[in-house]
Design a protein around this ligand. Sequence first.
Ligand code: SF4
Ligand code: SF4
Ligand code: SF4
Length: 185
Amino acid sequence: MLKMLNQPAEKDERYYHAYLSHHSISRRGLFRGVLGSAEKTFSVKSVRSVPRPPFAAKEELFLTACTGCGDCVKACELGLIQLENQKAILDLSYASCTLCGKCAEHCSTNALHLAFNADTELRPQFNSNCLYHRQQPCTDCQQACPQQAISANLSVDNERCNGCGECQLACFMSAIQLNLTPLAA
Ligand code: SF4
Ligand code: SF4
Ligand code: SF4
């Protein structure tokens, strides 16, 4: 019996049930313990291919936990969240994310949770429209960044950047595109 419980599939199932049964966890440490173990023991890693709201669980866990209830969609006053294939996705085409956390506060399944990264995993990339790259002076994106993540030569500090999207909106040349850059596990 003990041997059976040590098998990865059994372990995954136990952690999964533990995770789903702790919807109203109040102690952050316990939550992290359960989730940390679950994330490590899920056998197949799933790479994120679409942007999720900030505070999302690792992709495989997110796909398991998100029921497509739409509570986060309603909670986001900026209208940044939609459902695609019954899972929450983030769209920063027309507004930036304030990282206010309301989407996570309203997620009853913990697919989004404030204990997870306050990061959309989107990072800016500059295209040939960029005035700086045409040797013209422009610091609009640098000044707009609330994280001071963009340097004078337009390199982006991935640790400081949280993928809010302010820089993209600030660029009147449409020189910035936000690319999904999944964080290291
Ligand atoms: S509130 Fe949570 S479970 Fe519901 S759609 Fe949003 S992420 Fe998914
Ligand atoms: S953190 Fe706030 S602004 Fe960003 S997606 Fe969630 S509810 Fe919307
Ligand atoms: S570089 Fe700054 S403004 Fe742009 S997405 Fe990152 S944190 Fe937001």
